[in-house]
Design a protein around this ligand. Structure first.
Ligand SMILES: Cc1ncc(COP(=O)(O)O)c(C=O)c1O
Length: 394
């Protein structure tokens, strides 16, 4: 069937897909990519190379023949290494044989977790602004996405009051991501406890996407999954893309009690079969000395974050202190422009790309996401151009 045929027959495309909007980020970057000499603070991806020992180990693994299917759950030696790492880092013990599933990035793990839980019409709550895939994945699973707004007044941390205002008898699960993309918000221990109490009192499953967990600054990361009573009702998601700068390897994992892991595994075995074997070998190598690999990149992110925050304050943009990930989310409200107008104006006039906060949900209006996974020299040039743009608005 040609594209024209499908256009003339709108019923060809599944109805629940037609309702899903295109990603706002994708539209924005199509414009950015068509321009020359843009400094991008828009990309949600580390600017560091994957540590060399990980790349080298992957090459050797391929040489040794790591090119075939693995067990559907993933290499057992990798699952064992993950079990130890997760215990050491998150105070959560999972059984490598039955409770860990290696996935194609956290992206696949999110899809599996949602599909494993969702009956048509089930509501899944998630905070907003949030990573762009959450609501679409819930819709793909025939669920109903229920957003819980967060605000700069509470540093974009979800509050118990907001959660309580959106829960209904149809709510099945709560999906959270802290440290957060796009705001950089990180939970306090009290927030994590409030979430744990709410989830248990309402008999929900928690899906917690902790992909930025290693990248927290002046605040220890606390996983709500590690609090009493939570492990048995949590799907814990993590991966190697961000802290290890391994986005292209597509390596992630889901940890959950056996019943939930089995359900995710059913989908994974028929749709994906297994995560790519060279990437699993890479992930195994990444777990040989993770603290060392991550420390240097983290120190650099912290320096850039502080530079960016100070620069925003000097140019009169208010920005709460982001405690995690590699994003700052300054308020552009005082300019009188919408987030979209601000981002487009800055791109047109100064060739600096940052993402309008509305790409991550309506609560992102009045904010833009600036990624500091960008070299310091480029950040310095970007803030000068931003200051020039703001001066012209005065
Ligand atoms: C919050 C969040 N979850 C998941 C992902 C996807 O990660 P992966 O590369 O592991 O699929 C991203 C990527 O930007 C993200 O920001």
């Amino acid at each position: 069937m040609s594209t024209n045929d499908s256009k003339s027959r709108p019923d060809v495309i599944a109805r629940h897909l037609v309702d899903v909007p295109r990603s706002g980020i994708r539209d924005f970057f199509e414009i950015v990519n068509s321009m020359q000499d843009v400094i991008s603070l828009g990309i949600g991806e580390p600017d560091f190379d994957t540590p060399w020992h990980i790349r080298e180990a992957t090459i050797f693994a391929i040489e040794r023949g790591a090119t075939s299917y693995t067990s559907n759950l993933g290499l057992l030696k990798l699952r064992r290494a993950i079990a130890d790492y997760v215990e050491r880092t998150f105070a959560l013990r999972y059984d490598a044989e039955q409770e860990i599933l290696i996935t194609v990035g956290v992206s696949e793990a999110l899809d599996l977790a949602i599909r494993a839980l969702c009956n048509p019409g089930d509501e899944i709550m998630y905070h907003e602004p949030c990573y762009v895939s959450y609501a679409p994945l819930i819709q793909f699973a025939h669920g109903i996405p229920v957003s819980v707004p967060t605000s700069s007044d509470h540093e974009f941390r979800v509050t118990r009051k907001a959660l309580e205002s959106r829960v209904t008898p149809k709510t099945k699960a709560l999906l959270l991501n802290y440290p957060n993309n796009p705001t950089g918000a990180a939970l306090t221990t009290k927030d994590a406890q409030d979430i744990a109490d709410f989830v248990q009192e309402n008999d929900l499953i928690l899906i917690t996407d902790e992909i930025y967990a290693e990248l927290t600054y002046d605040r220890a990361h606390v996983s709500p999954a590690s609090l009493p009573g939570m492990r048995e009702r949590t799907i814990f998601l993590h991966g190697f893309s961000k802290a290890w700068a391994m986005t292209g390897f597509r390596a992630g994992y889901a940890c959950a009690p056996p019943e939930l892991t089995d359900a995710m595994m059913k989908i994974h075995q028929y749709t994906m079969l297994c995560a790519p074997s060279p990437s699993q070998e890479a992930a195994l190598e990444a777990l040989t000395d993770p603290e060392q690999d991550i420390a240097d990149m983290k120190a650099s992110y912290l320096k850039r974050r502080n530079f960016l925050l100070n620069s925003f304050r000097e140019m009169g943009l208010s920005c709460f202190e982001p405690h995690g990930a590699f994003y700052a989310f300054p308020s552009i409200r005082d300019t009188g422009l919408s987030a979209q107008e601000f981002a487009m104006g800055l791109l047109d006039q100064e060739k600096v790309a940052c993402v309008p906060g509305t790409a991550f949900g309506p609560s992102g209006e009045g904010f833009v996401r600036c990624s500091y996974a960008t070299a310091l020299d480029e950040l310095k040039e970007a803030v000068q151009r931003m200051a020039a743009f703001l001066n012209r608005l005065k």
